[in-house]
Write a protein that binds this ligand. Structure first.
Ligand SMILES: Nc1nc2c(ncn2[C@@H]2O[C@H](COP(=O)(O)OP(=O)(O)O)[C@@H](O)[C@H]2O)c(=O)[nH]1
Ligand SMILES: [Mg+2]
Length: 409
């Protein structure tokens, strides 16, 4: 290369050096490009596998062998870039999640007893302190009644409980703390009625799976309960198909899909605005085809008129019954909503034949007494209680364990 005219020798030297540098730079660039290409191929591969994972399973083996081969023959650098398997954790959440095995349902209420801390402090401790106090006068009895009412036991039941306790305390004479506890426990257990049948009917009959419909007002925890209940059935060794009959918004089906995927339960769903009854029908058909134990159908709760509600839920039930009997209609009720929630629940109970109550959000509320009122008002047993937002925070209701938990000990 000749320096352009007018360039001094000195600068020509520089020019020459620059020429040499040019080659070095080109060489470095080539090297870097080679590295990038090698790294790029490796980085792209996991995505390729992901895409194939979303296709039918037949494709999967091909995808994974394609990954394995070139990786084995890759240059040493690839080992380091292969350690770009650090890309794996990023990729994993998108891949079909590993199927979980939920824990069995037995003893859950006992394990989750700490979640009833607020009810224990306000309701349980409050009552025990007053009942064991030195001066159990009229004021103290009024206070006891007030605690019962603010814990949502209901005015009628509160009055009856106080009346009964007054008589028993009089008979008892002296009041040792353990005697008072036993007395209060017996009273509460009697009001919750341990004799009620609380088992959720999840067992199949003949060729048909058990069919459970989950109903209730918007936001009470229906979808969450449907998902948690699927886990209970699977944790206890059963198989489940879920039906996303809340077609009001796509997000509801999405939410249910996530629950189903975690435990490997198929979710039957349709586009937003589809007929809920047809989704329910398809879910039950799928359940029969697959020979599963239980089909659980999530429904919408946004129906504000009684006739609208009756039309929709009634239709879902009637249509399902063309395929199979409906074994349970579980009414979900948010324990924190008190009288208002109870009023809304009553409308559902009038529209469909409710066979059991699921009382959610009992964690973090002092209103554990609502169990007594709900059963009294609706004439249906509480079968399950929601004690948190965790996937396994749903427990079969057990009267003794519940009363023990709110009384402490
Ligand atoms: N703390 C608590 N939150 C709950 C419980 N059950 C449901 N939730 C929450 O309540 C909200 C509404 O639940 P969702 O199932 O979508 O209600 P849906 O509209 O009736 O289907 C969600 O944020 C849930 O996590 C429970 O037992 N405890
Ligand atoms: Mg929902």
């Amino acid at each position: 290369m000749t320096p352009p005219a007018g360039v001094s020798r000195e600068s020509a030297g520089v020019w020459k050096t620059e020429g040499v540098m040019d080659y070095t730079i080109v060489a470095i660039v080539i090297f870097v490009v080679a590295l990038v290409v090698a790294g790029g191929t490796l980085l792209f591969r996991p995505r390729g596998r992901l895409e194939s994972a979303e296709k039918p399973s037949v494709e999967e083996p091909r995808g994974s062998t394609a990954v394995a081969e070139p990786e084995a023959g890759a240059e040493p650098e690839a080992g380091a870039a292969g350690a770009t398997a650090v890309a794996e954790p990023v990729v994993e959440p998108v891949a079909p999640p590993l199927v979980e095995t939920p824990p069995p349902s037995a003893g859950r209420l006992v394990r989750l007893r700490a979640r009833l801390a607020q009810s224990q402090n306000v309701f349980g401790r409050g009552l025990l302190t007053l009942l064991s106090g030195d001066t159990l006068d009229d004021d103290a009895w009024d206070e006891i009644e007030e605690i019962l009412i603010t814990s949502d036991v209901g005015v009628t039941s509160a009055g009856q409980i106080v009346e009964s306790l007054r008589t028993k305390v009089r008979v008892l004479g002296t009041r040792k703390p353990e005697e008072v506890r036993a007395l209060l426990k017996a009273e509460l257990v009697a009001h919750i009625n341990p004799g009620l049948e609380r088992a959720v009917r999840t067992e199949p009959h003949g060729e048909s799976p058990a069919v459970i419909m989950v109903v209730g007002v918007n936001g009470v925890g229906k979808t969450t309960t449907t998902g948690k209940l699927a886990r209970v059935v699977i944790g206890d060794g059963g198989t489940v198909v879920l039906g996303a009959a809340d077609t009001f918004r796509a997000a509801a089906a999405e939410q249910l899909q996530t629950w189903g995927e975690r435990v490997g339960a198929p979710v039957v769903r349709k586009e937003e605005g589809a007929d809920p009854a047809s989704v329910a029908f398809d879910a039950v058909s799928r359940g029969i085809e697959d020979g599963v134990d239980t089909v659980i159908i999530d429904t919408a709760g946004r129906l504000h008129t009684k006739t609208g509600l009756m039309d929709e839920l009634g239709k879902v039930k009637r249509v399902v019954e063309k395929k199979s009997q409906v074994d349970e209609v579980l009414l979900v009720l948010d324990a924190t909503t008190g009288q208002n929630g109870l009023r809304q629940a009553r409308v559902f109970a009038e529209v469909v034949n409710v066979t059991g109550i699921v009382l959610t959000k009992l964690d973090g509320t002092a209103k554990g007494g609502i169990i007594i009122q709900v059963q009294r008002e609706l004439g249906v047993p509480v079968k399950l209680v929601g004690l948190g937002e965790g996937p396994d925070d749903l427990a079969p209701f057990d009267t003794e364990a519940f009363v023990d938990a709110i009384l402490g000990g």
